[in-house]
Design a protein around this ligand. Sequence first.
Ligand code: BES
Ligand code: ZN
Length: 635
Amino acid sequence: MYKTFTVLMLSMFLLQACTQNKSTLENTEPNSGQTMKLEVKDIHSFAQPHEARIVHLDWEAKVDFEHQRIRGVARWQIEALANAQKLVLDTKALEIDRVTIGTNEEETSYSLSPAQPHLGRGLHIDIKENTEWVTVYYSTTAGAEALQWLSVEQTAGKEQPFLFTQSQAILARSWLPVQDSPGIRFSYSAKVEVPRELMALMSAENPQEKTKDGVYSFTMAQPIPAYLFALTVGDIEFAAIGPRTGVYAEPSTLAKATYEFGALEAMVKTAEELYGPYRWERYDIVVLPPSFPFGGMENPRLTFATPTILAGDRSLTSLVAHELAHSWSGNLVTNATWNDFWLNEGFTVYFEQRIMEALYGRDYAEMLAALAVTDLKEEITSMIADGQGQDTRLKLDLEGRNPDDGVTAIAYDKGYLFLRMLEEKVGREIFDAFVKTYFEDNAFQVMTTEAFIDYMKEHLLEKNSVDMEPMVYKKWIYGKGLPDNAPRPKSDRFAKVDAILSAWLETGQLPNTVKTQWSSHELQHFIRSLPEDISLGQLAVLDETFGLSHTGNSEIFAAWMVPVIRQDYEKAYPQLEAFLIRTGRRKFLMPIYSELIKGEEGRKRALDIYAKARPNYHFVSTHSLDKLLGHDIKN
Ligand code: BES
Ligand code: ZN
């Protein structure tokens, strides 16, 4: 309470100087060592939080599968300056029915600003002195880019339809009128009505059983930014894993998911041992249908996950460690704007690596790191070749662009390597203490890149008398590409794979042990290291040996598709087509389609498949693929 009050007072003080879209945050001024307020301008939101900001939401919604529409009532509790005249919310493709103010629901006037590319429209609502509640009656439309409505056939069970949302980065505004900026947090309660046969889940305290009437109530007591507002509805059941962990999935997927995430409780415990208490009570995962466009999404209390990580052998669960790690990096300490995205993802990959190392050993974690670094280097090369060199900086400049453009390996793996470089410089013990306090000190607050630099200087470098020239970290953060002092993950297991590959290429001999002793990561590394001029005969041998075209491991399959397409190994095309139609995960789709369109025949094949597959993909994926394939269908 006191904190919000302070922010408000300071905001008032700063008001004259303020232009648009600025939220305040605490920061330590470099020279004086005094705490002061910094303004953060979020170029991806119309909100003017210094004048009036949202603090709590009571949401009522009816999920209408027949019309593929959510009818909603968003009751916002706000905090505003005494002389504030309006509350500005972000919207995109929403139909606004009416807006009221106060608990007595007095009708008020509002206007929608003209639509802007990526951003949608600002909803300017007239408020009065002392207005504390603003209620918006609205519905979503077919243009709701966060929502994916799945038909019965697109689910595992094939009996009930399904809905899920994906709000990050700026899609929350397409299903909720909200100040859609990562620096603005709100707590919420919700009452959601869905068809009786279905269960609804949110990024909140969740049910474990279906209700009789299809009405579900939720509360999220901790304040979250809009990009973590999430809902899914379907024929979903729950299974417990540990006392505070569990998994939700369609009934036919539940047993497989429960096995796959068997280490979940141990992961939470390991994460806490590293960097402090888990602040969100329960940690559950919901496994969505395969069209989910990401591997995972860190919605608080309930990670949304792709079924493509259900490999049957727990080999792809570093993704769970990643989403869990976001419960600290991202969900507690949140990037102030999408230009600071590396603070969310770089810290999360670092934390994920540490969880995997603690659970499965250094050897194992180094394989993961080595795979990531290979990808990173390839991506940097291709970004530079494509004239995207400026996006190889950690601190981004996404002005006028979709924040989605900033989702590259830079934020993730260059961010990771930067933190690992710091760790190697100061030693693990010091670094771990630093990371832990960083999460504690900044919990439920936003972080800019600049505030991070100040924090690091004070709490890591100066405190421990570490000698590091500002040039060193500035080069990482504001410079392009990968600095020379980047750590080089070293995997002995991969070195052995390399030796086996060379020998095989020379002699045609593969030791029998590769089938029994290699982990899926070693196999993945082997496939990725195949030379470009590998023959069809050699591919056939590998396919036969490892059953690659029929593997249930999506990472292996996706890696395998590169040489398959490059050498035109036709035997695998039926599986390729089936995979592309079934799976909507962008990380797999982009490289496969990119490889396909390199040749004339392949381009034709890609477009044929895309025509069939596109209805199965979420907006996030079609948006990227339309650009890649020069597709001109507008939804
Ligand atoms: N928060 C991201 C997904 C995201 C990022 C959605 C930006 C929209 C905009 C999530 O935590 C993530 O990083 N997912 C990765 C997982 C991985 C790196 C282990 C994914 O989906 O592949
Ligand atoms: Zn992430």
